[in-house]
Write a protein that binds this ligand. Structure first.
Ligand code: NAP
Length: 480
């Protein structure tokens, strides 16, 4: 079930949120702690305005809620909620309120007994869940906050140990727990929560529309095949939209999830536990992943960077789709033979893929980098010319300028790696950054009359190739 958490201060606000998302949700959660206090005097009205079964939750401040008043008042209001016909009431796992529990039993209102931790995964979490599940009429709920790959792995293992408990809700908050919100069916949780606004009800909530259209939440089952992307940061990635749109078009029980990673080896254990079939790799792990691969395609071997991993019976197979992804938009725009000289700004993992691609066309390659020693090593490895980043006269000699650093990427969008460089109109400017769609680098080039290419085209092209590797099918021509 997809449960929309309502965090309005007024009933009108909540009604409007429900109206907006009604078609995507199965259940509501009314956060009584967000509502104006005077509205709580008429619990029947609050319930009657809801078009779906609902959970009544009155969360205290130290459990992540807004309520700071007396326990007596809180229990009284929760009791009234049960009386008013809420289908579920959420109380803390250790709350001692026998009258409320008995009333819930009589009224056939299910009790969700919740436990919250905002600092990692407590060692006694399994005990808490098991103990809570053994109480009558109780659905145990744990919401914990993993902050590293190792903690995400710990949470996943606990969830798997709890497989025998049929009705439960175990969710990870924040970016490292995000997978639990998307894979709730696969992980055996009764429901997943979402909000009218991102992070509205809790850290990691996305909107019902995003759950439906970015992650196909209505289609993926407990047997869904899992793919994803690793990186840090990675939650901003547009790859889930691209891949999941393709899965939807083919009606596949498959999902693609962003996995923020602090340790590649912990993630690889996590991937084994979750049976992840393949994943994309982004900054800063395109090189870090190499020692873990048992096989590499020639692009990965030559670029020394891998952006796609397939999990096979023999181990991890590395592919690099950035090379083809980079060339595709160029091929579409110009005759490649017209590019006699190319400037590559940056000498990192992305620059390596770009240079590998450029070697396939007959162009003289010049690399410009902030750290000259790195440029020198890069130039030696790839057999190209190198210069310091401020060698603007040299950049001016090039027909194509490819920007491969992260300078100008969201959120720091006001920067360019070549401040004050004056483009000339015969040059083509290609920035591989895709957020924002027009960086300062590209804007300055466009203002000088240059043809420009942004990173979105490369992202889509490399992602479509990944989709083929993951599914064995071409990316559908038109998404759903
Ligand atoms: P990386 O390996 O960390 O390399 C970063 C490069 O940026 C290095 O050359 C570094 O220079 C330079 N740099 C960083 N901060 C700088 C600054 N303040 N001033 C000047 N130069 C600076 O990262 P990467 O994997 O190459 O990725 C770089 C960018 O490419 C990211 O924004 C990524 O999102 C984008 N990308 C896009 C696509 C796509 O499909 N569109 C694909 C791959 C990557 P130093 O050597 O001096 O540190």
């Amino acid at each position: 079930m997809v449960c929309l958490t309502l965090t309005g201060n007024t009933l009108e606000e909540n009604t409007e949120t429900i109206r907006k998302y009604r078609e995507y949700i199965d259940l509501l959660e009314v956060r009584l702690d967000f509502l104006r206090r005077e509205l709580l005097s008429n619990m029947g009205r609050i319930r009657d305005l809801l078009p779906l079964p609902a959970i009544a939750t009155f969360r205290r401040e130290n459990d992540g809620g807004q309520y700071t008043g007396s326990e007596e008042y809180r229990i009284k209001k929760l009791t009234e909620a049960v009386e008013a016909g809420f289908a579920y009431v959420d109380i803390e796992y250790d709350l001692d309120a026998p009258a409320l529990v008995q009333l819930a039993e009589e009224k056939k209102c299910r009790i969700i007994r919740s436990f919250h931790s905002f600092s990692g995964i407590p060692d006694n979490l399994e005990d808490i869940i098991i103990k809570t599940a053994s109480l009558g009429n109780s659905i145990p709920k744990a919401a914990v906050y993993p902050r590293t790959s190792a903690e995400a792995l710990k949470l996943l293992r606990i969830i798997k140990h709890m497989d025998d408990i049929k009705e439960k809700i175990i969710l990870g908050m924040g970016d490292f727990g995000f997978f639990t919100r998307i894979l709730y069916r696969k992980l055996g949780s009764l429901l997943t929560f979402c909000s009218g606004e991102s992070n509205g009800g809790a850290p990691g909530h996305i909107t019902p529309r995003e759950l439906r259209y970015t992650f196909n939440i209505d289609r993926i089952t407990s047997s869904a095949a899992v793919y994803g992307i690793i990186g840090n940061p990675v939650m901003h990635s547009l790859s889930p939209q691209l891949h999941n749109k393709g899965y939807r078009k083919y009606d596949l029980d498959t999902v693609y999830v962003p996995f923020p990673v602090t340790s590649v080896s912990s993630f690889l254990e996590f991937a084994r536990e979750l049976d992840i079939r393949g994943f994309s790799v982004t900054v800063p792990y395109k090189q870090t992943i190499l020692p873990f691969l048992v096989k590499r395609d020639h692009r990965t071997a030559e670029a020394g960077a891998c952006n796609t991993v397939l999990v096979t019976g023999e181990g991890l197979e590395g592919w690099n789709t950035d090379v083809d992804g980079f060339l595709e938009p160029l091929r579409r725009r110009l005759s490649l033979s017209s590019i006699r000289k190319t400037a590559v700004i940056g000498a990192g993992g992305a620059a390596a893929a770009v240079v590998e691609a450029l070697k396939e066309i007959d162009t003289e390659i010049h690399v410009f980098n902030r750290t000259l020693s790195k440029a020198a090593l890069f130039a030696e490895k790839f057999g190209v010319f190198y210069h310091s980043l401020d060698s603007y006269r040299k950049i001016a000699e090039c027909d194509l300028i490819v920007q491969t650093t992260s300078v100008g990427m969201s959120p720091d969008v006001s920067k360019t790696p070549v401040p004050g460089y004056l483009f000339s109109e015969h040059q083509v400017a290609y920035d591989i950054i895709y957020t924002p769609s027009e960086t300062v680098f590209l804007k300055e080039a466009r203002n000088s009359g240059c043809r420009t290419i942004n990173g979105m085209e490369m992202l889509v092209a490399q992602g479509k190739r990944q989709f083929e590797l993951f599914t064995g099918m071409p990316y559908p021509e038109t998404g759903a």
